[in-house]
Design a protein around this ligand. Structure first.
Ligand code: SF4
Ligand code: SF4
Length: 182
């Protein structure tokens, strides 16, 4: 598997206009996942995704993190980019991890890809998760397509496999939204 198989331009184009539900889900919660808050929340960029930014965006702060310190698999090299926003972004510039929320990937040991509700402990509750709101079919389909592309990068696959085994060890039983198994 190559390190350079992800075309972020294409993934950004694919996800520019998709939303988890019809309408603005931020109205359900006061855009709680986008607030600039004391927890200094942010998202990690995927390897190479930093090329989608100039580094001078006045709505983003870039932190260069050491992969071992942030529990990334050994295949990840320094730096891993962690970005904090000011609670505002240009929709077509938002990082991929913002676009996928509230879905996250889970890889079964037989390589079946699942899309599940995010299981990370967050300092807020997303009503789409707590109420198990039916998500748009196109949102799910595009998110799945993006993850199938991202998983071609060994580093990203390593991370998803690691997170999946961790979830299984913790005995979490996440809500499954989509499966690659026919
Ligand atoms: S917390 Fe959930 S419902 Fe609220 S804006 Fe974020 S994704 Fe939408
Ligand atoms: S970058 Fe945009 S979508 Fe992501 S948390 Fe910030 S305001 Fe929300």
């Amino acid at each position: 598997m190559s390190k350079k198989t992800v075309d972020y331009q294409i993934l950004y184009q694919l996800t520019n206009d998709i939303t988890p539900i019809h309408g603005d889900c931020g109205r359900l919660c006061g855009e709680i996942c986008c607030r600039d808050n004391e927890d200094n929340l942010g998202v990690y960029l995927f390897p190479g995704e930093e090329g989608m930014f100039t580094g001078k965006e006045n709505w983003l702060q870039f932190e260069l993190r050491h992969p071992a310190e942030d529990d990334f698999p050994p295949s990840w090299e320094y730096p891993v980019y962690f970005v904090h926003c000011t609670g505002f972004c240009f929709r077509e510039r938002r990082p991929l991890n913002c676009r996928f929320f509230p879905l996250t990937p889970h890889l079964l040991k037989d390589n079946t890809l699942l899309l599940i509700h995010e299981t990370l402990e967050l300092p807020y509750l997303c009503p789409l998760i707590t109420k198990r709101t039916q998500l748009r079919k196109d949102f799910i389909a595009v998110t799945a397509r993006c993850w199938l592309a991202l998983l071609r990068d060994r580093r990203i696959r390593d991370l998803v496999e690691m997170d999946s085994r961790e979830r299984e060890k913790e005995g979490l039983r996440p809500h499954i939204v989509w499966s690659s198994r026919k």
